[in-house]
Design a protein around this ligand. Structure first.
Ligand code: FAD
Length: 446
């Protein structure tokens, strides 16, 4: 049974964050008829894509009282997906011919930031955002949400909302590697959250931990100026260890076994390097310091839970939701699908299973992860089911699922990355798929 427009419920909704998730949530919520306020602690929209040359005072980001710099974007960063995949479905990320717009398929961070802001303008979202306003508390009071926000002048305001949608991002709070002997090691340590440019590493010997896309980018950036760069990886296969082709000062090692007070770093294969810096490119932690759910939602070993479809805590659905927690989805279209679902559930257009059924679904996921030996901290990784996961939302929302060209392009990009890890952004073979995408975009914009 479908509801008529007058039967849809209008809710007062607080959205926390004006990055890609918060903006798509605001758009979908307003389209559904809800009243929306977006709280954003930065002075502009764009979230992680608001490049900030400043870094935090604590290079490892472990001091909880430090002044937070939100973005982890470095100066040379280009997207790791082509623009056709990165963009929102209803606002394709095409080269516009504007002076700032690049022709590269994998554009730099500045263009992504401008694109997100164009999206906000095109859908009139900026007027919904309260900039320089940080949510310092969001908690349940008599079945409603009390949201306390602090403005730039220090004044705090309490307001009541029916629902809260958390879109605060999860690439700001550093996660670091545990290294035996690190307390006595005399070198400098930092996290990639505080990496911007290679110049401070000139002539140094740098150990970089991690092999994610940021780690690879940063290692190549630093190798231009450093004496030596050594990448320590838990997952690199024995066959690929050793010198990285195309570089005479970049080497791949197994993980660090221990470090010592003479400055030496010993790897699991017994090799030893005297190093100046250890750079942790080891990812980030979910961090929800403002959220008070009386213990219903917890963050344990980097798993936020329990959450039905990584979105609604069963006991608080639909009044609390999260957009963008899943890792390894396809760019902004996932946030659009998730936001559409949340907006539809809040209005009553889309139904939810009972709390017990949702809990059983969450428990089934936990059992599956346990049975496959997947550590809890990877609970939100959807790499093994990204398309099914996204299509599930589309099915619930009654919108078309992930387009064929998008699926194929995603896998083509991943394959190309494995074949050409240092050149996949400039050398590809999926022109045909790009043409198909652009045919779709023309239809979308006409
Ligand atoms: P964010 O973009 O982080 O936005 C969250 C917003 O919430 C921020 O504006 C923040 O100021 C605000 N906020 C936080 N707490 C509060 C509070 N208490 N009160 C008010 N406001 C608050 N994704 C891709 O698809 N392609 C890429 O190529 C890619 N490259 C990346 C490279 C790096 C180095 C990093 C770190 C991430 C990359 N990502 C990439 C992932 C990126 O995080 C997403 O593209 C996207 O920015 C996530 O959007 P979000 O809205 O969830 O979070």
């Amino acid at each position: 049974m479908s509801l008529t427009i007058s039967e849809l419920k209008v809710r007062n909704v607080a959205v926390i964050g004006a990055g890609p998730c918060g903006l798509s949530a605001a758009k979908e919520l307003r389209r559904e008829g809800h009243k929306v306020v977006v709280f954003e602690r930065q002075g502009q929209a764009g979230g992680t894509w608001v490049y900030n040359p400043t870094v935090e005072a604590d290079p490892l980001g472990s001091d909880p009282s430090r002044t937070i710099v939100h973005s982890s974007v470095y100066a040379s960063l280009r997207t790791n997906l082509p623009r056709e995949l990165m963009g929102f479905r209803d606002y394709p990320f095409v080269s516009t011919g504007q002076p700032y717009s690049e022709s590269r398929r994998f554009p730099g961070h500045r263009e992504v930031f401008l694109y997100i802001n164009d999206y906000a303008t095109a859908f009139g979202l900026t007027e919904l955002v309260r900039f320089e306003t940080e949510v310092v508390y969001a908690g349940l009071v008599n079945g409603k949400w009390r949201v306390r926000s602090r403005m730039a002048n220090g004044v705090t305001v309490d307001e009541i909302f029916d629902a809260v949608v958390v879109c605060n991002g999860h690439d700001t709070e550093p996660r670091t590697a545990e290294i035996p002997g690190i307390d006595a090691w005399p070198g400098k340590q930092m996290h990639s959250h505080n990496y911007r440019i290679p110049d401070p590493f000139r002539d140094l010997v740098v150990i970089l931990i991690g092999v994610g896309s940021s780690a690879l980018d940063i290692s190549m950036d630093i190798a231009q100026v450093a004496k030596e760069v050594h990448i320590a990886s838990r997952s690199a296969k024995v066959g690929v260890l050793g010198n990285v082709s195309g570089y005479d000062n970049l080497k791949l090692h197994p993980m660090i076994e221990s470090v010592h007070k003479d400055g030496s770093v010993i790897f699991n294969d017994g090799s030893v390097v005297l190093a100046d810096v250890i750079l942790h490119c080891t990812g980030y932690k979910y961090h929800l310091p403002f959220l008070d759910t009386n213990g219903i939602v917890t963050v344990e070993d980097n798993c936020v839970g329990p959450l039905y479809k990584h979105t609604f805590p069963p006991a608080l659905a639909p009044w609390l939701s999260f957009v963008g927690l899943p890792l390894m989805g396809i760019g902004f279209i996932l946030y659009e699908f998730q936001s559409n679902w949340i907006a539809g559930v809040l209005s009553g257009r889309i139904g939810l299973p009972s709390e017990e059924e949702m809990m059983r679904d969450v428990e089934a996921l936990y059992l599956l992860l346990e049975a496959s030996g997947t550590p809890k901290r990877y609970t939100h990784g959807i790499g093994h089911c990204r398309i099914e996961y996204m299509d599930w939302f589309a099915g619930e929302c009654g919108i078309p699922g992930v387009e064929e060209w998008r699926k194929e392009m995603y896998y083509a990009t991943k394959k190309n990355y494995l074949v050409r890890p240092h050149a996949f952004r400039d050398d590809w073979e999926d022109e045909e798929l790009a043409l198909k995408a652009h045919e779709d975009f023309v239809k979308c914009r006409s």
